[in-house]
Design a protein around this ligand. Structure first.
Ligand SMILES: Cc1cc2nc3c(=O)[nH]c(=O)nc-3n(C[C@H](O)[C@H](O)[C@H](O)COP(=O)(O)OP(=O)(O)OC[C@H]3O[C@@H](n4cnc5c(N)ncnc54)[C@H](O)[C@@H]3O)c2cc1C
Length: 335
């Protein structure tokens, strides 16, 4: 790992004055002159140890006052500060009661030790775990190269949908649940008002730009996540399948949120994680559920619809029945 300077940011504005690059930009351009944000460090330090980024300065944002709070507003919406850890979200009673799928997603991410360090802001901005991206020897599309090595290589964990360019999947399984609750990422450049960006617009597909996974620019910081209020009639469930029960990232995960009138679903969100390079709303599954009395056969229909557009690679066709099973199960857990 390279030697670096440490800067302890005192405020959001102070942090933004120090930083001059995103980790994504630096991985692709390797100026060797970057000053980048560090929150918990669980992804940044891996990237440094892998030799993929060698920042000149680390701007530590973990002690900025006011960024580590979970607050409910009068309209019952919730703001999670960017520096709140996954463990703190997991333990929050209001989130467990109202946003069950989010509680389940954070509780099944990584390990208890990692969840004590990992922040929600860093979780959204973490880089993919594709092994070719993580290998210094492979200058893949995500590092500004012109080849996706996984396409014809080892691709068992990779994308089965939207896999026309880079076939990596996004590493954040927490985002699967956030997207299902229509969460928004709160971002500021420290000058004007904060902006709130819907999760679907926060992530960038490799077709648009493979060298980054989100819209964040070097002069911007995530200050929090906004969760719209949920009524008692909005039910949710999340399931993650990893290679192991703990420690590993997802190979398939799903969050289902349904507005229920008795056993009838009046509105649905079905979001798939580790299916595509970004967390992905399955509108075919949502359409199948909306307006129906939800039963085991409707759950089968929705799961089948969700996989209609799957185009597996040489080693990951197993993900199709896996997704179908967890989608069915998540729907049936709600009704
Ligand atoms: C073994 C292992 C298993 C894991 N399993 C899962 C899993 O199952 N599901 C899952 O979702 N995640 C998983 N993770 C990922 C983990 O949750 C993330 O590494 C963590 O959330 C990142 O947060 P951090 O605070 O440590 O970020 P850091 O490492 O500090 O930062 C990560 C990136 O975000 C940027 N950044 C940090 N904060 C901000 C901010 N406020 N604004 C703008 N940019 C920012 C940094 O510059 C850096 O690029 C796993 C990690 C490990 C090591």
């Amino acid at each position: 790992m390279n030697r670096f300077k440490w800067y302890e940011a005192k405020s959001v504005e102070d942090a933004l004055e120090q930083v001059n690059s995103t980790v994504s930009n630096e991985v692709a351009s390797r100026t060797g002159n970057a000053a980048v944000f560090k929150a918990g460090g669980t992804d940044l330090l891996d990237l440094m140890k892998e030799g993929l980024v060698e920042p000149k300065t680390i701007v530590h944002i973990g002690n900025i006052p006011g960024m580590r709070e979970i607050t409910a507003d009068l309209d019952e919406s919730v703001r999670i500060g960017a520096n709140v850890t996954l463990a703190e979200i997991e333990e929050h009673a209001y989130i467990r009661d109202r946003y069950l799928a989010l509680h389940q997603a954070v509780a099944s991410a990584a390990t208890p030790q990692l969840r004590n360090m990992a922040t929600i802001g860093g979780n959204l901005a973490q880089r993919t775990r594709c092994w070719y991206f993580r290998s210094i020897d492979h200058k893949c599309l995500r590092k500004g190269g012109d080849t996706c090595f996984a396409r014809r290589g080892e691709n068992e964990n990779h994308a089965i949908m939207n896999n026309g360019t880079c076939v990596s999947v996004h590493a954040s399984s927490v985002s699967t649940a956030l997207m299902a609750f229509d969460a928004e990422v709160i971002i500021t450049d420290g000058k004007g008002e904060e902006k709130r960006v819907p999760m679907e617009e926060f992530f960038v597909s490799p077709g648009e730009d493979a060298t980054t996974e989100n819209i964040l620019r070097a002069n911007e910081i995530i200050t929090g996540v906004y969760l719209p209020p949920v009524k008692d009639s909005r039910k949710s469930y999340y399931i993650k399948q990893g290679p192991r029960k703990s420690y590993d990232w997802s190979i398939a995960d799903v969050a289902v949120v349904m507005e229920m009138q008795g056993s009838k679903c009046t509105e649905a969100r079905v979001v798939l994680g580790a299916a595509a390079p970004t967390p992905l709303r399955s509108r075919p599954a949502e359409r199948t559920l909306t307006g129906k009395q939800v039963s085991a056969s409707v759950a089968v229909e929705a799961a089948t619809a969700a996989m209609e557009r799957a185009r597996p690679l040489s080693q990951n066709a197993y993900k199709i029945p896996l997704f179908e099973a967890i989608i069915r199960e998540a729907i049936m857990e709600i009704v």
